[in-house]
Design a protein around this ligand. Structure first.
Ligand SMILES: [Zn+2]
Ligand SMILES: [Zn+2]
Length: 428
């Protein structure tokens, strides 16, 4: 059995997130998307943790959690169920994101780290430790004046099998390798504890191919998650595994990937990621949103990374930053490297075919009927045979085929502005 895991999301207790984000709502959207294992987000938040303790029960076989009751009935499905959906309710993995802001090597650093723990007891223990350092109540993604290395140490002291994964490592403002307040080398950030890091989240604005230009990352598994702030955005990037989902199994598979070992003998194997086109991410290219300036790395380098409109330093995007740290021209052939599948959200594809906005009522209705008639979104986009989709709706079959081949038109995002990826030409 293959299964999809989205291991970085947020609850309604994080800033700028949907008020609807509770466990029943998340479980319902996970079904729409075809996600079997979902991060809980925000377990350091006391109210959210209490809610999780009330609404989830432990699934002994996997060491993960499952919703006690039934998932919410979503409006988008107009009363019907998603067809061909996994009969089991999705599993939850306890997950949080910490925003660390601190001084290291004479510079202010801002780094987001994802943390996973196996049990609610471990989540409680770690949260009580962190509460002595900063406020966990005001934001589901708390800001702490705590060095990433020290956060890692505290995490390991609280729970031996807890895992840290640096989040969206290339985003300019809040990431391990970010151009504004990150590091050039992973070991500069995590110091003597660096060996405990074995996976990196590539983020929406980069994909594995770009990351592999940087040889210092060869020994890390590259994962992708949605970082969703609403149900509809779950799974816009995700991870594909084979075998039985479990807390230990998922991380064992990622460790094996990092060590470039074969995974055939494992209960759970990492097959790769489903990737947003990096161009569509908010920080792919360089620029200034307020000045309406967007530049390719080559052009901004010529300008000394200064905005030609306002004369201030540009927001240097992910592509530029990857090239700064890259020591290869082409991605190498690494042993046992998992596969990356490109993805455009189904609602965007439907909106393009219908010629209307992605949030319009027509898109919502068509999206709902596709899930009721064909199955979960990621199944349609990534697994379903092209002919089967064509037989149902020819233009969608054509769009999915082009998307899978990478035959798309791209306009890169920059300085917080999402990019645009289209499947058809305006004439079509
Ligand atoms: Zn983040
Ligand atoms: Zn400017």
């Amino acid at each position: 059995m293959n299964f999809i895991a989205d291991l970085h999301i947020h609850s309604r207790f994080s800033r700028a997130t949907s008020k609807a984000l509770n466990a029943r709502h998340l479980a319902a959207w996970a079904r729409c998307k075809g996600i079997s294992v979902l991060g809980t987000g925000d377990f350091t938040h006391p109210q959210w943790r209490a809610e999780l303790a009330e609404q989830l029960e432990r699934d002994e076989a996997s060491g993960l959690y499952r919703l006690r009751g039934e998932p919410e009935q979503l409006d988008v499905l107009a009363g019907g169920p998603v067809t061909n959906v996994n009969a089991e309710k999705p599993l939850f993995m306890l997950q949080a994101e910490i925003s660390s802001i601190y001084k290291r090597h004479g510079k202010v650093r801002k780094v987001h780290n994802l943390i996973y723990v196996r049990t609610l007891e471990d989540a409680e223990k770690l949260s009580l430790r962190l509460e002595q350092i900063g406020n966990l109540h005001s934001d589901g993604r708390p800001i702490l004046g705590l060095d990433s290395r020290d956060l890692l140490e505290i995490m390991l002291e609280c729970a031996e099998d807890a895992v840290m994964i640096p989040a969206h490592v290339w985003t300019p403002w809040f990431a391990l390798f970010g151009s504004k307040s990150g590091f050039d080398r992973l070991t500069d950030c995590y110091g003597d504890l660096s060996e405990h890091i074995f996976a990196l989240e590539t983020g929406l604005s980069s994909d594995p191919e770009m990351n592999r230009l940087v040889s210092q990352l060869d020994g890390y598994a590259l994962v992708s998650n949605s970082d969703a702030h609403s149900g509809a955005n779950l799974g816009r990037e995700a991870n594909l595994f084979a075998g039985q989902p479990s807390y230990a199994g998922i991380f064992e598979a990622l460790r094996a990937t990092a060590r470039r070992q074969p995974q055939d003998a494992l209960d759970c194997r990492f097959l790769g990621t489903m990737e947003f086109y990096p161009d569509e991410g908010k920080y792919h290219l360089d620029g200034h949103r307020a000045c309406n300036v967007v530049l390719e790395p080559r052009e901004s380098r010529k300008l000394g990374n200064i905005c030609p409109e306002c004369g201030k330093p540009l927001t240097v995007g992910v592509l530029h930053r990857v090239w700064e740290l890259a020591d290869r021209e082409e991605p190498p052939l690494l042993e046992h490297e998992p596969e990356a599948r490109p993805l455009i959200p189904l609602a965007e594809v439907v909106g393009e075919i219908l010629g209307v906005g992605v949030t319009s009522r027509r898109v919502r209705e068509r999206y709902g009927s596709l899930l009721r008639e064909l199955g979960p979104e990621l199944d349609i986009l990534c697994r379903m045979p092209e002919q089967e989709i064509r037989a149902h709706w020819e233009p969608l079959g054509e769009a999915v085929a082009r998307m899978r081949r990478g035959q798309v038109f791209r306009q890169g995002g920059y300085d917080g502005e999402y990019g645009v990826v289209r499947v058809f030409t305006p004439e079509e």
